[in-house]
Ligand binder design. Structure first.
Ligand code: FAD
Ligand code: MG
Ligand code: MG
Ligand code: MG
Ligand code: MG
Length: 551
C-alpha cells in the first residue's frame, strides 16, 4: 500500500508501508531485502516468513542462475531457462512478502530508511521515487563490472553479468558473422569483424572463450564456410597465467587446450584503451599494441556499486574498497544492517588483537601457562572464531599441536611443554597472515544467505540462549556462531565437453567425466523443477540439433 509522507526536502514522497493493511495482531519487525540474486534469494527461501513482515526490492523481478550465463551467450541454453520469477519463489513460500521492482539509490542508516526509484512507473511527483523504512536491512545487491577506468570500455565492450548481457553478446556474435559475409567487404575487413576479444582470464572469461570456440567450430563453421578460416578468438590477461584462482594443473591444462584449439591466449598484456575499431594493450616487452576487433567482452573483475560507496562514507568505511561486515554478517559500525554476497566482505577479526584474552580463557587452572591439554580443549572454539588458525594448523609448515608448541618455545627437547603468554604469542604470530577473503561466488553468497536466514529465524530464541565460541571482553556474548564457509569445489568448463573440477582437498579432475559431473551438479542446483526441466531439455536439444544461429 502506498501512502504519502512529507519528505525532508518539503516535497511529497511516496511511502511504501506494507503494514497499514494488517490492522490486528502485534506488529512484526520489518525486514527489507535489497537484491534478488544468489544472496537475497537464498535468504528469502530460507527465512521463516511467519516471523517477519518482509519487503523485497530489486530492479529485476527474477533470480538468474549466473553459472549458466556463459552458455546463454551462444544459445546452448535459452535465457528463459536460467531465470525464475521472484514472485513465484515468494508465492511458493507463502507468508508476508511484498516485492517492489525498483532500485535502491540511497540508504539512510540514521533514519532507518531507504530511498528507492522505480524505472517503470512514476508517482504524481513525477520521479517514481519512494521511501521504505526497515527494522532490519539485508543488503544483497551484488557488485558491478569493473572497468578500472579504462577509456572506451563502457562504450565499446560487452559485459557478462546479467541475462541481457548474454543475449546482447549472442546477437553481436551473429552480427559479426553476417557482417563478415557481406559481398562488398575486403579480406581485412572480414578478418576484423571475426576477431573476438575477451579481456580477463578469470573463470567467466575463460568459460566464454571456450563456449564461443565450440559454437564456432561445431555450428557456425558449417553455416559460414567462406569466412570460417578468418575467425580468431583472443583471450587477454594482465597476469602471467589464466585461471589463477585454480590449481596449477588446471591452469596448465586450460592454457594447453586453448593453444591447441587456436585460441590466442595473451598473458602479461594489459588493455589500456578500447576504441571503436581497435583495442590497445600494453606489454613490458612489446610496448603498445593496437589490434582491430569485431566484438569485445570485458570480464576483468568487479567493483562496489556507487550507492554502496555512499553508504560506506556515511558509516565511516570511506577508506575501504568493499563494504565490511563482521563474522556474523552485520555491517560494521551500523546497527541492524546486514550484507551478504558480492557487495560485502567479512572483516575477519585478528587473533593478535585478542591474544591475551584467548590465553586467559584457555588457562583454565590459572597457572599462567598453557598445557597441551589446555590448548587442545580450546582449539575447536578458536577454529570457529578465527578460521585462519585452522588454515594455519592444516598448512604444510604445521604438523599439529606439537609443532605449534615448538614454534612457541623453540625447544623440542624441553621436558615441560607448557607455553607462557609470550610463547603463546610467538606460536600464533604468523596465524593472521592466513586470513583469506572469501571469493565472489554464488556458492559464498548462497551460504551466507542461508546462514543469515537461520539467524533471523532464531533471533528471539537466541536472545535468551546465546551461543558462541570464545568470549572476548567488551564484545558481549554472541547470539550465534559466526558464519563458516564450506567450500564444495569449483568448476571451469573448458569447451569440447571437457571441464576442470577442483574439489575440496585439492582433488583435481579434468576431462569428459568432470563435464558430466558439471551437468549433474548444475541440473541439481536449479532453483525449481521448471528451470531444471528447461535447462536439461536445452542441453538435449543442443546435442541433437546443435545451437540456434538466428538473431
Ligand atoms: P547477485 O547475484 O549479482 O545479485 C544482486 C541482486 O541485486 C540482483 O538481483 C540485482 O538486480 C540487485 N540489485 C542491483 N542493484 C540494486 C539496487 N540498487 N537496489 C536493489 N537491488 C539491486 N559463481 C559460482 O559460484 N559459480 C559459477 O559458476 C559462477 N559463474 C558465474 C558466471 C557469470 C557470467 C557471472 C557474472 C557470475 C558467476 N558467478 C559464479 C558469480 C556469482 O554469480 C556471484 O558471485 C553471485 O551472483 C553473487 O550473489 P549476490 O547475491 O551477491 O549478487
Ligand atoms: Mg542477491
Ligand atoms: Mg545472481
Ligand atoms: Mg563477499
Ligand atoms: Mg594452565
Amino acid at each position: 500500500v502506498l501512502v504519502l509522507a512529507a519528505s525532508g526536502g518539503g516535497g511529497l514522497v511516496a511511502y511504501a508501508d506494507s503494514q497499514s493493511d494488517q490492522p490486528q495482531g502485534p506488529k512484526k519487525k520489518k525486514v527489507v531485502v535489497l537484491g534478488t540474486g544468489w544472496g537475497g534469494t537464498t535468504f528469502l527461501r530460507n527465512l521463516d516468513s511467519k516471523l517477519y513482515d518482509v519487503q523485497v526490492i530489486s530492479p529485476r523481478n527474477y533470480f538468474a542462475f549466473t553459472p549458466l550465463l556463459p552458455s546463454v551467450t551462444c544459445g546452448t541454453v535459452e535465457p528463459r531457462s536460467v531465470v525464475e520469477p521472484i514472485r513465484r519463489i515468494l508465492e511458493k513460500k507463502g507468508g508476508d512478502f511484498k516485492f517492489w521492482e525498483a532500485e535502491c539509490f540511497k540508504i539512510d542508516p540514521a533514519k532507518k530508511k531507504i530511498h528507492c526509484r522505480s524505472n517503470a512507473g512514476t508517482n504524481f511527483d513525477g520521479n517514481g521515487e519512494f521511501l521504505v523504512d526497515y527494522d532490519y536491512l539485508v543488503v544483497a545487491v551484488g557488485a558491478r563490472s569493473n572497468t578500472f577506468n579504462t577509456p572506451g570500455v563502457e562504450e565499446n565492450c560487452h559485459f557478462l553479468k546479467e541475462v541481457e548481457d548474454a543475449q546482447k553478446i549472442r546477437r553481436s556474435v551473429m552480427d559479426c558473422f553476417e557482417k563478415a559475409s557481406l559481398p562488398y567487404l575486403n579480406e581485412e575487413e572480414r578478418t576484423k569483424n571475426l576477431h573476438f576479444v575477451i579481456v580477463g582470464g578469470g573463470p567467466t572469461g575463460v568459460e566464454f572463450a571456450a563456449e564461443l570456440h565450440d559454437f564456432v567450430t561445431e555450428d557456425l563453421s558449417k553455416l559460414y564456410p567462406s569466412v570460417q578460416h578468418l575467425v580468431k578468438i583472443s583471450l587477454i590477461e594482465a597476469a602471467d597465467h589464466i585461471l589463477t584462482m585454480f590449481d596449477k594443473r588446471i591452469t596448465n591444462f586450460a592454457e594447453d587446450k586453448f593453444g591447441r584449439n587456436g585460441i590466442d591466449v595473451k598473458t602479461g598484456y594489459k588493455v589500456v584503451k578500447v576504441a571503436k575499431d581497435a583495442i590497445t594493450m600494453q606489454n613490458p616487452a612489446a610496448g603498445d599494441v593496437a589490434v582491430p576487433y569485431g566484438m569485445a567482452v570485458w570480464s576483468t573483475g568487479i567493483g562496489t556499486r556507487p550507492f554502496i560507496v555512499d553508504f560506506m562514507k556515511q558509516i565511516g568505511q570511506a577508506n575501504r574498497r568493499v563494504l565490511a561486515t563482521d563474522e556474523w554478517l552485520r555491517v560494521r559500525e551500523c546497527d541492524d544492517v546486514y550484507a551478504v554476497g558480492d557487495c560485502a566482505t567479512i572483516n575477519q577479526r585478528r587473533v593478535m588483537e585478542d591474544i591475551s584474552e584467548i590465553f586467559r580463557v584457555a588457562d583454565k587452572d590459572k597457572s599462567g601457562t598453557l598445557t597441551v591439554k589446555e590448548i587442545q580443549d580450546i582449539l575447536e572454539d578458536i577454529y570457529v572464531r578465527y578460521p585462519q588458525v585452522k588454515l594455519y594448523m592444516k598448512s604444510k609448515q604445521m604438523n599439529g599441536i606439537a609443532d605449534l608448541i615448538r614454534t612457541g618455545n623453540g625447544d623440542t627437547e624441553k621436558e615441560s611443554v607448557e607455553l607462557s603468554i609470550e610463547e603463546f604469542k610467538k606460536a600464533l604470530s604468523l596465524v593472521d597472515s592466513q586470513v583469506k577473503n572469501l571469493p565472489a561466488t554464488a556458492q559464498v553468497a548462497a551460504q551466507q544467505g542461508q546462514y543469515l536466514a537461520k539467524c533471523f529465524n532464531k533471533m528471539e530464541y537466541a536472545e535468551e540462549n546465546p551461543e558462541g565460541p570464545i568470549r572476548i571482553r567488551g564484545e558481549g556474548r554472541h547470539r550465534f556462531l559466526p558464519f563458516r564457509y564450506r567450500h564444495l569445489g569449483q568448476f571451469a568448463p573448458l569447451g569440447g565437453e571437457q571441464t576442470a573440477a577442483q574439489l575440496p582437498g585439492d582433488w583435481v579432475s579434468i576431462g569428459h567425466s568432470s563435464q558430466w559431473l558439471w551437468y549433474s551438479v548444475y541440473a541439481t542446483k536449479q532453483i525449481s523443477w521448471r528451470t531444471r526441466a528447461l535447462v536439461i531439455s536445452d542441453w538435449g536439444r543442443r546435442f541433437i540439433f546443435g545451437r540456434d544461429s538466428s538473431g
